[in-house]
Design a protein around this ligand. Structure first.
Ligand code: A2P
Length: 270
């Protein structure tokens, strides 16, 4: 495995349209999950919920993968939440980064999990599995989310309890943040479940929507297209199944140029 390069090793090779940023911190959660924070380029603008192409020089060439930006638009640093794939072309190298290393980022962020792609509503559901929580980590730390919605429900489903830690840390961070906690108040609900380990809260989110347990546990009525809005981020199979349930409840899929009741984005791997 190649060690991640330092900026000076390849400064002259950085292509146009790419930032070279410095890793500030790395936190490993499990054998296959970690997060890192890096410097944010002056002038880099994005909307909370968008993704960017993140890369490393591996040997002579850069390798990029799409990563949701997990930090909110106002943050001075950038945060990413990643899986570690043993043979992954990027993550096998990215998992070894240390503070001070250089990470590449293409200049143009994009994505559909943005508040602008939803029509006005009262309650916003964010359905995530695994690292699909990343874009929502950004959105639940953005005051605009709470200006637009009276209630924000973040669901996060993982195979094991250890994989839920990033989400719990995130919510605790909000609670300990003087300014954000005041804005968020009791509007944010975090609903975490696991599917392959004993835990008080168990089951796929699709099952819990279908059998109504999600709504019963939260004390809210069933999905209503007049009030409820949704964002979905997970594996292709999870997106497909969750989308079908939202459509069955009468919600329509939207996009940046055509806002509607819900939007979806693949949780990127690699
Ligand atoms: P399960 O353990 O029953 O497969 P993965 O790591 O495979 O992406 O899974 C992350 C989480 O998403 C797991 O809890 C998994 O449940 C769940 N999941 C996988 N496929 C679907 C699906 N089609 N709909 C809803 N949840 C899913």
């Amino acid at each position: 495995m190649n060690a991640p390069a330092k900026t000076e090793d390849f400064a002259i090779k950085i292509p146009d349209g790419v930032y070279a940023e410095t890793v500030l911190s790395v936190e490993h959660y499990t054998d296959h999950l970690f997060r890192f924070r890096m410097t944010r380029p002056a002038g880099f603008r994005f909307r909370s919920g968008e993704f960017a192409m993140i890369g490393l020089m591996v040997g002579e060439k850069p390798i990029y993968r799409a990563y949701s930006i997990a930090s909110p638009a106002w943050d001075e640093e950038l945060e990413f939440f990643s899986i570690k794939v043993p043979d992954g072309p990027l993550t096998s190298h990215l998992q070894a980064i240390k503070p001070g290393d250089t990470v590449l980022m293409r200049k143009k962020p994009t994505g559909t999990l943005v508040l602008d792609a939803l029509t006005p509503g009262r309650r916003l559901y964010m359905f995530s599995t695994g690292t699909g929580i990343a874009p929502f980590a950004s959105l639940i730390r953005d005051p605009e989310t709470y200006e637009k919605f009276e209630e924000v429900i973040l669901t996060h489903t993982c195979r094991d309890v250890a994989e839920l830690k990033y989400g719990f840390d995130l919510v605790e961070e909000i609670r300990n943040h003087e300014f954000l906690n005041e804005i968020v108040g009791d509007k944010l609900k975090h609903y975490a479940t696991v599917t392959r380990e004993d835990y008080p809260s168990k089951g796929r989110i699709t099952t819990l929507i279908e059998n109504g347990k999600l709504f019963a546990d939260l004390g809210v009525p069933a999905l209503d297209p007049a009030i409820d809005r949704g964002m979905i981020c997970g594996s292709s199979a999870m997106l497909k199944d969750t989308k079908e349930l939202l459509e069955k409840a009468g919600l329509n899929e939207g996009a940046n140029n055509k806002p509607a009741e819900f939007v979806i984005e693949r949780a990127f791997v690699g």
